[in-house]
Write a protein that binds this ligand. Sequence first.
Ligand SMILES: [Zn+2]
Length: 142
Amino acid sequence: MFKFSCNCTTGKGKKKKQSAPFSPVDLWPLIDNKSFTNRYLVIGICPNCEKHVVLLVETRKSDGVKFEDEQWEEKAFKTQERCEKERNRIDYAVPTGKLNGFVYGKNTGWMNKDGVITTTKQRSCDWWGNTTLIKTQRFNKH
Ligand SMILES: [Zn+2]
């Protein structure tokens, strides 16, 4: 599972060493923009020095190349503020624990040619792009 690494140190003298990597505190799925898809923001706070960190992950639509941009402190706050507007708040589902790391739910509605939603697929997604289908629900046709 992904962990952030801070360059701060713990201990003194000979016991001084780099602080231990730490787990993120939150993950925000973000809406697609013009050029990028599979976007999310990973947020962390160093438990040792309390520095704020974010990792913006996005995949370029044109060639599928994945970008990761890690920002600390002031820049992290600015990136997070910007992403707040792009946060995808639709339907967080309860993760099932099949995927490792941070997992979020994603519900997709499938429409028929008349524009009526006939099926919903509930998926559990982790932030490396892995997806597990939890359940498919079909609506009765009338
Ligand atoms: Zn630190």
